[in-house]
Write a protein that binds this ligand. Structure first.
Ligand SMILES: [Zn+2]
Length: 199
């Protein structure tokens, strides 16, 4: 499974990266990089993991950054913390968000990997080794993993059908980091000005 990391750049763009391996998030304007390429005190390590209930990853805060990393504006002490979908991380001058990766996984059916004697959840047809399949990614709250033939999945997605087990929709918009209150205030003022002008 993967984890999506959003980083707000200096020019206020939100940069997306998906990681399957632990990554290092530094306090400076550098995109996330593989954790094994850095040192433990270079930044915060984030690893995809569903180990804790409802968690999408683990956050490791090194001793030198204890109390200086803000998660949802609350300081985190050195050590391991469970990451949840939508967590905002303030590390030094950098702002990051962690999100579940809700991209469906395309694969070929391998009985040794996916389980023997499987049927497509949608068509109920028996799957044969080597058939193209799609694994449902699940929702922000829980993984799904339901297996269907790729053809049935794409047809259902095109018809706008949701997964019957978890409610995942292929046409749903991806989660994006919220804009800050200042932006909202400015937008609010502009709306107010426009309304006054219209009177
Ligand atoms: Zn599902």
């Amino acid at each position: 499974m993967k984890l999506v990391i959003w980083r707000r750049t200096i020019d206020e763009q939100d940069e997306r990266s998906a990681c399957a391996e632990p990554v290092l998030l530094g306090p400076h304007a550098v995109p996330p990089r593989p954790a094994r390429a850095g040192r433990l005190d270079d930044g915060v390590i984030v690893a995809p993991s569903r180990a804790a209930s409802g968690a999408i990853g683990a956050i490791l805060v090194p001793v030198n950054l204890s109390g200086r990393v803000l998660r949802n504006r609350v300081p985190l002490r050195a050590g391991l913390h469970a990451a949840r979908h939508g967590d905002e991380l303030h590390i030094g001058e950098q702002l990051y968000w962690l999100a579940s990766d809700l991209a469906p996984e395309e694969a070929t059916y391998d009985p040794a990997l996916h389980g023997e004697d499987l049927f497509c959840h949608l068509t109920k047809a028996r799957l044969r080794a080597g058939d193209p399949i799609v694994l449902c990614p699940g929702t922000q709250h829980a993984p799904c993993g339901l297996i269907q033939s790729a053809r049935a999945w794409h047809a259902a997605a095109a018809a706008g059908l949701a997964c019957s087990a978890c409610g995942f929709r292929a046409d749903a918009e991806e989660w994006r980091p919220p804009r800050r209150a200042e932006d909202n205030r400015l937008a609010g003022l502009l709306r107010l000005a426009a309304r006054k002008e219209a009177r």
